[in-house]
Write a protein that binds this ligand. Sequence first.
Ligand code: ZN
Length: 141
Amino acid sequence: MAEAEKVRQYLACWFQLGKKVIVPRLNLEILPKRIFQGKDYSPEFEAVWQLITDEKNGDCYLEGTNHTIRDLLSPRWEVIDCARCDMPVPVVETGVQESSCVCGDMENWPNNELPPPRMPVDDKEILRKISQSLQQPPDLD
Ligand SMILES: [Zn+2]
């Protein structure tokens, strides 16, 4: 099953490329302007997440896809990296790849000239890794 955290990362990545989440029952298309706050998701992102995981709001989709967010949270689905652009994409867990990728309708994607979408950054963890790599002896290859 796709863990909630993976589905959140999936949404966060695609939000950064301008994909909206669509809530037909409320006639809403939502794209949070701010996705992260430091190493956490922003309150805006959290509000969207609450809204789209609330059953009374019905099915919600990421723009250009036909599986619901609830599908992704069900045991049948898994979130993996897209073969075309390395972005997170959902697949049915039995190994059957969906015919269309989320990026399928994006003509200017993958785009190596743009910085890739990022995950929330834990500054302390990065600093720890940097100081770790500085302490490692150089490769002698
Ligand atoms: Zn892709």
